[in-house]
Ligand binder design. Structure first.
Ligand code: NAP
Length: 332
């Protein structure tokens, strides 16, 4: 079933689910299975995706019914598109009970930085700036829903408290003194720390920003709004399309390595269900937490995983926030 089939005979408000969640990047991997798991729990899912034909097709492919989801276009790499998406979601009459910032690109084989329409390096533009702006623009509909949650996908490789975050290939996440952002982040700047372009590190840096921003959202807004702001690491989901730009041999070996050596492997369905738990379950209602199931974790309970002291520095978070705010022109 494609987009035209999906849209025929339905309006965007024809559902009667009590809760609504917007999931970015719901057309693949963790986001798709999170959407499915939330739909199975009775939530209505706004699938915020860049390719709506694909999103409709894969949603039906995993068994979602047309009344369980609404498609909303967004290209997270384009600030104009993010604004249009936020306007579309905000215009809905129903409150927004949850937002899941899930979409991401990982482009480890780029030799030159790819740029967003605004001229920013594409991993940071998509994963960090796009979500940073979206979160701010959707605070109003989230505030209309008591106990709303804003959940962001973090990752082990951006958290130096975990073994995965110490792996030096290509380089650990490191925002330096934010020199690249301070310089305006347009060419020639391509890395947040102002250093030479390293595409794998650009992804890790952007995910570290996601985790820092979630903590800063918590610090700024949890007490006054009641919104729960959390991040999570759902496990290593080695078979998603995130790894589409890695060499074919890597894509064959990586799932086996994760399954049998690190034991960090989880299926896309389990990872999606973990996201749904953090969105919907009462035990995850505490705000300001990075939830993890760790590695070697099948069957293990979720726990609150510390971030590094640098990732928790309020002074740094405030500077990252201020620079990001300038670069995405939140109040434009
Ligand atoms: P994935 O299968 O590649 O899914 C990424 C999603 O993001 C896709 O729906 C993709 O859309 C969407 N996307 C990419 N660029 C976009 C843009 N410019 N605008 C809108 N949507 C865009 O990857 P995944 O593994 O599920 O990753 C999902 C999240 O989990 C990411 O935040 C990642 O950092 C996190 N994570 C993953 C793992 C893992 O092991 N895979 C581990 C920890 C955390 P298309 O379908 O159109 O490509």
């Amino acid at each position: 079933m494609d987009l035209a089939d999906h849209l025929s005979g339905m309006t965007t408000t024809s559902h009667s689910s009590p809760f609504t969640v917007a999931v970015t990047g719901a057309s693949s991997g963790v986001g798709l299975y999170a959407a499915k798991s939330l739909a199975d729990r009775g939530w209505h899912v706004l699938m915020a995706c860049r390719d709506l034909d694909k999103a409709a097709r894969v949603a039906h492919g995993v068994g979602m019914q047309k009344e369980q989801f609404t498609l909303v276009h967004v290209d997270l790499g384009s600030l104009t598109s993010v604004r249009a998406c936020a306007a579309e979601i905000s215009a809905r009459s129903t409150p927004l009970n949850a937002l899941v910032c899930n979409a991401a690109v990982y482009k480890p084989r780029l030799t030159e930085p790819e740029r967003s329409p605004e001229g920013y390096e594409i991993s940071v533009a998509t994963n960090h700036f796009g979500h940073f702006l979206l979160c701010q623009l959707l605070m109003e509909p989230l505030q209309r829903a008591p106990g709303a949650r804003l959940i962001t996908l973090g990752t082990v490789t951006a958290n130096a408290e975990e073994f995965g975050g110490k792996v030096p290939i290509p380089a650990p996440a490191n925002l330096g003194e934010l020199q690249g952002l301070e310089a305006g982040f347009r060419a020639p700047a391509s890395m947040i720390d102002g250093g030479p372009f390293k595409p794998g590190k650009a992804y890790k840096d952007s995910k570290l920003c996601n985790m820092i921003v979630s903590r800063e959202l918590h610090r700024r807004y949890h007490a006054s709004t009641g919104i729960v702001f959390n991040t999570l690491y759902p496990g290593c989901v080695a078979e998603t399309a995130l790894f589409r730009d890695t060499p074919a041999a890597f894509r064959r070996i990586f799932p086996l390595f994760q399954k049998y050596i690190t034991k960090g492997y989880v299926t896309q369905a389990l990872a999606g269900d973990r996201v749904a738990q953090v969105v919907a379950d009462a035990k995850f209602a505490e705000s300001g937490v990075h939830w993890s199931w760790g590695n070697r974790q099948n069957g293990r309970e979720a726990f609150s995983q510390p971030l590094t002291a640098r990732a928790q520095s309020v002074q740094r978070a405030e500077r990252l926030w201020a620079l990001s705010e300038q670069l995405v022109a939140v109040r434009a």
